[in-house]
Design a protein around this ligand. Sequence first.
Ligand SMILES: CC(C)(COP(=O)(O)OP(=O)(O)OC[C@H]1O[C@@H](n2cnc3c(N)ncnc32)[C@H](O)[C@@H]1OP(=O)(O)O)[C@@H](O)C(=O)NCCC(=O)NCCS
Length: 418
Amino acid sequence: MTHEVRRIVPHAAEGVADADTVTWARAMLAAFLRPRVPPGDLARAAADYVGQRLRGVYETGDPAPVATLRSWDTRMSVPGGEVAVDAVTSIGVRSTHRRRGLLRAVLVDDLADAARAGTPVAALTSTQGALYERFGFGLASWNRALRLDTRTATFRAPEATGRLRTLDVATLPSAAGPVQDRARRRHPGSMDRTGMSWTALMTGENTFSGMTADPHRHAVLWSDATGRPDGYVVYRVAQDWAGGAGEIAVLDLQATTPESYRELWRHLVSLDLVGAVIWNDASTDEPLPWLLTDPRAAAAGAGREMLWLRILDVPAAFGARRYPVTEQLVLAVADPAGHAAGTWLLDTTDPVEPRVVTTTAEPDVALDAATLGSLYLGGADPRVLARAGRLEERTPGAAGRLARLLAAPSVPWNGIRF
Ligand SMILES: CC(C)(COP(=O)(O)OP(=O)(O)OC[C@H]1O[C@@H](n2cnc3c(N)ncnc32)[C@H](O)[C@@H]1OP(=O)(O)O)[C@@H](O)C(=O)NCCC(=O)NCCS
């Protein structure tokens, strides 16, 4: 049987996707063992793929792909700026066709295309931990679950001056979009929400859940004393109050000021009929415990891996971020796929225009492309990676210098699984 990787450009007419796109979507959902979405719903949902890239591996005579991948161009915050990213998702292989190299075929094709287009970084989140390192992706950010006991939580600071307003969830993109855009710049690793991801947040409808709407959603916006919206929280009722105290699950919380962060949490604590608030995709450095008279009211769970990054263009990726110290370090990067391979001088003598160029100088550190991806946002410590044997320190003390050079103003965080 012959197969070929084919690219599909999704089209839609009157909100309904074309047949190839719908067939692709159905094959992708089957690979992920998702419930069957009614055809009309799937055709409407797949219309959101317009503007994105679909790839499939096709066998002769079969209109449905045996492997799928979807990607789109977006922007990701990095320390001191942002970088263009190839966001990759929906990698699925038909259950009868696994372990024949089809994931490899479709991903290598996408990465080559992104590199040709000049996109410096590819990003994905993964269902499994052992899949993507072989393709040069390194684990670069983590999320952490938080659980707040609202019966024991009290705030140290008095209420701020401003206004809380409940929002119709249908208005979230317009009412909360500008806040999200400002808030995401504060955390390396954060990205824009796609239209599809706003829809999922507003209604709960997504292809993975079979397009079943979730009617339990609420949203609240905080505006400061001048009326400027500074933060929002979207939450759902995770456990009904009828059996005792209810439980609220935060779906998204974005705040651009300390006051908005605090007042949104105060609102969640103030909800009647609720005993606990959980947030599964909080960052690893949430200020919440520091706001409370008893920090134990907020319990943090274990970190969970989130973003995997693949550096496709070293000068463009490392030239897009800013650095807290002036330094000159030489990095030898091994990358069998070629994208990041080379010996690179990272020179931040000019803090506004870091220089990243190839060099023949002796390397201070040697590492592979996946490790480079882990280091990019400042979320992984080169000294720890050296202790793990993932980074070789050729000049004594170089891992420490690299740690100071790559340090970020806040931990990387991406609260939107994709
Ligand atoms: C995970 C999945 C995409 C793998 O597809 P596949 O076509 O079998 O993968 P390939 O044959 O191209 O394998 C590529 C490499 O990954 C390895 N690999 C594949 N699946 C793996 C797994 N679950 N765990 C560890 N390694 C795996 C293969 O051994 C191969 O290794 P090699 O490079 O050393 O030869 C497929 O099993 C699937 O669709 N799973 C369900 C959906 C899913 O979880 N998708 C991932 C979304 S992030």
